[in-house]
Design a protein around this ligand. Structure first.
Ligand code: SAH
Length: 258
C-alpha cells in the first residue's frame, strides 16, 4: 500500500514587484515548488526565479465572480496538495495583508493540510518608502493604519471619521476608484484640506509613478494623470512632507542598474 506524502502548502508573499525585495524564504519555496498558483499582482520577474519545471497556474481574479473564483482556488490548492505536489500559493505583497491569505489558510487547514506563511513586503510599506516616505516618524505621527478603500463584500468599511481624528498616517489600498468618497469622508471627520497626500502606482515595478499633493487635491491628481491608476497606494499624513527630504531614490530599480 502506498500513502501520498502531503507537503505543507506555502502561502508566499511576492512583494510589490522588484525581485530584490523577495525574502530568502520566498525564493527557496519558489525554487522547490512543483506547482505555483499565482495572481496578477505577482511580478513576472519573480516567477522567472522559480523552478523552471514548476507548473504555473494563473488564478487571477479578472472577469469572474470573486466568491466563486475564491472557492475554485481553494479546491485547486487542495487537489494539488493531496496529489503530493509541493504547492506554492504566490501572492503580491504579503499574503496576510488584504490578500485573502487567511481564508486560504482556513480552507487548507479544514482539509487537514498544513500551511506555512512566508511573509512578503506589502505594497503599503514598499510604495511610500520608494519615494522616501517613512510611514511612521516620531516627529509627526504615533503610527500608521493600513486600510482598504474598497467597499468589501462583507460591508465592513473603515471608520473614516475616527481615522481622520487618529493622527495616524493612513495607507490606503484599493483606494483609487473610491478616492473622492474617501476624501469626502475624511474631510467630514475633520481632517484638514491641506493634509499632505501622495499616490504611488505600480511601486517597485518598471511602471512606477507617483504624485504628491494635498488631501483635497487627491481626486484631481488622479483624474489628470491616468498613469497613476491601480494598483496604487494612497498615503495621507504629515509624513508625506518627508518625501521631499530624499534627493534621489537610490534603491529604486537597483537591480536594473546592476
Ligand atoms: N497582498 C497585497 C495587497 C493586495 S490588495 C500586499 O500586501 O501588497 C491589492 C492592492 O494592493 C491594490 O489595489 C493596490 O492598492 C495595492 N498594490 C499592490 N501592489 C502594488 C504596487 N506594486 N504598487 C502600488 N500598490 C500596489
Amino acid at each position: 500500500m502506498t500513502t501520498t506524502n502531503i507537503h505543507p502548502v506555502s502561502l508566499v508573499g511576492a512583494g510589490p514587484g522588484d525581485p530584490e525585495l523577495l525574502t530568502l524564504g520566498a525564493l527557496r519555496r519558489l525554487q522547490a515548488a512543483d506547482v505555483i498558483l499565482t495572481d496578477e499582482l505577482a511580478d513576472p520577474r519573480v516567477l522567472a526565479l522559480a523552478n523552471p519545471l514548476a507548473r504555473v497556474l494563473n488564478v487571477g481574479k479578472r472577469g469572474g465572480r470573486p466568491s466563486t473564483n475564491q472557492r475554485f482556488i481553494h479546491e485547486l490548492m487542495i487537489r494539488e496538495a493531496c496529489s503530493g505536489a509541493k504547492v506554492v500559493r504566490l501572492k503580491g505583497g504579503d499574503p496576510f495583508v488584504f490578500g485573502r491569505g487567511g481564508e486560504e489558510a482556513d480552507a487548507l487547514r479544514a482539509e487537514g493540510i498544513e500551511v506555512e506563511v512566508v511573509n512578503g513586503i506589502t505594497a503599503g510599506l514598499a510604495a511610500p518608502a520608494s519615494i522616501g516616505i517613512p510611514v511612521t516618524d516620531r516627529r509627526c505621527t504615533p503610527g500608521v493604519a493600513l486600510v482598504t478603500g474598497h467597499n468589501g463584500e462583507s460591508g465592513r468599511t473603515p471608520d473614516w471619521a475616527a481615522l481622520a481624528r487618529s493622527g495616524l498616517t493612513l495607507v490606503i489600498y484599493m483606494g483609487v476608484a473610491r478616492c473622492e468618497a474617501i476624501v469626502a469622508a475624511l474631510r467630514d471627520g475633520g481632517m484638514r484640506a491641506d493634509m499632505p497626500a501622495a499616490v504611488v502606482a505600480s511601486a517597485r515595478t518598471p511602471k512606477q509613478r507617483h504624485a504628491i499633493g494635498t488631501l483635497a487635491g487627491l481626486p484631481a491628481l488622479l483624474q489628470t494623470d491616468p498613469s497613476l491608476a491601480s494598483p496604487a497606494i494612497l498615503v495621507i499624513g504629515e509624513v508625506v512632507n518627508l518625501a521631499a527630504l530624499v534627493s534621489d531614490l537610490p534603491l529604486q530599480h537597483a537591480a536594473a542598474a546592476g
